[in-house]
Design a protein around this ligand. Structure first.
Ligand code: C2E
Ligand code: MG
Ligand code: MG
Ligand code: MG
Length: 277
């Protein structure tokens, strides 16, 4: 009896693994189809200058709208896209779309507005990133200076295949880099200099608790001061209330984004959010 119990246990695990694999496989198929049918949508979250209140740009964030009206968050499908390599195709679409949108804003008279695009380390492994970025800029007719690429620290510390060279090539196109989610990774400042990022985005986990946690205040203050001394622009992500905004202003943080101003919006709503020109 013990033996057949054992076998049953194994069968149980097999089925669980099978089911997880089938779910994953199905989701991947759906993502492939969604890419082909252009079901993905880019949302734009405004970024605000904390001194002037002006909108300096937007971060492009991908969304997957469903037929029932719900929207699937990138946190649910980006990891699978990275694992499968589909992120290369999705990432290229995001670049194309974001550059075209920003070019439209510039046409409408919002000349100084920039667009920020999140990159995955898998896109660097692919080897065709520079070409993809260059193509997107060219197809859209967008000046490279209007494009900011957001990288995470894990990319910079990864054992990565000529990352430095790729970043240099991208940089020579005239675009800029921001380090995303700063403070959650290794926070090795040497990297910031080496990869000549112009902006440091302070992770929202520190910002959202800024007014609650006594411990986060000196931390954020230190990050802002450090960034300043390195000549980097600071952006706080996840600002949700006026009190946090005020603290950040006192600390000398340059820019911010968050629900206090606006969640990420479809392009039409983002345009309505901009002041009229
Ligand atoms: P991220 O780049 O750090 O983006 C900021 C996230 O914070 C976004 O989540 C945004 O909606 C959310 N957020 C903004 N303001 C607030 C706020 O006030 N409160 C709170 N609680 N959250 C706020 P989202 O859009 O779900 O994106 C999650 C992550 O998915 C992004 O984090 C980014 O790492 C990744 N992602 C999104 N779009 C892309 C893409 O096109 N390519 C790649 N590779 N990754 C993407
Ligand atoms: Mg980002
Ligand atoms: Mg971020
Ligand atoms: Mg984040």
């Amino acid at each position: 009896k013990a033996k057949s119990d054992g076998r049953n246990t194994w069968r149980f695990y097999d089925e669980e693994i099978d089911k997880a694999n089938i779910d994953k496989f199905n989701l991947l198929q759906q993502i492939r189809l969604a890419l082909k049918e252009q079901q993905f949508q880019l949302y734009y979250q405004p970024k605000v200058n904390l001194t002037t209140g002006a909108i300096t740009g937007a971060e492009a964030l991908v969304r997957w709208p469903q037929l029932d009206g719900s929207v699937i968050s990138p946190l649910e499908f980006i990891p699978l896209c990275e694992e499968s390599g589909l992120i290369v195709e999705l990432g290229h679409w995001v670049l194309q779309e974001a550059c075209r949108a920003c070019q439209r804003w510039q046409q409408l008279g919002y000349g100084g507005i920039t667009v920020a695009v999140n990159l995955s380390s898998v896109q660097f492994r692919d080897g065709a990133l520079e070409q993809s970025v260059q193509q997107a800029l060219k197809d859209a007719g967008l000046p490279a200076a209007a494009l900011e690429l957001e990288l995470t620290e894990s990319l910079l510390i990864g054992e990565a295949l000529n990352i430095q060279q790729q970043l240099d090539q991208l940089s020579s196109l005239g675009l800029t880099f921001a380090i995303d989610d700063f403070g959650t990774g290794y926070s090795n400042l040497g990297y910031l200099r080496r990869f000549n990022a112009t902006t440091l985005k302070i992770d929202k986990s520190f910002i959202s608790s800024l007014c609650m946690s006594k411990r986060d205040e000196p931390l954020v203050q230190a990050i802002v001061q450090l960034a300043k001394s390195l000549g980097l622009n600071t952006v706080a992500e996840g600002v949700e209330d006026a009190q946090t905004l005020q603290k950040l202003q006192q600390m000398g943080c340059d820019e911010a984004q968050g629900y206090f101003w606006s969640p990420p919006l479809p392009e039409a709503d983002f345009l309505r959010f901009l002041p009229s020109v």
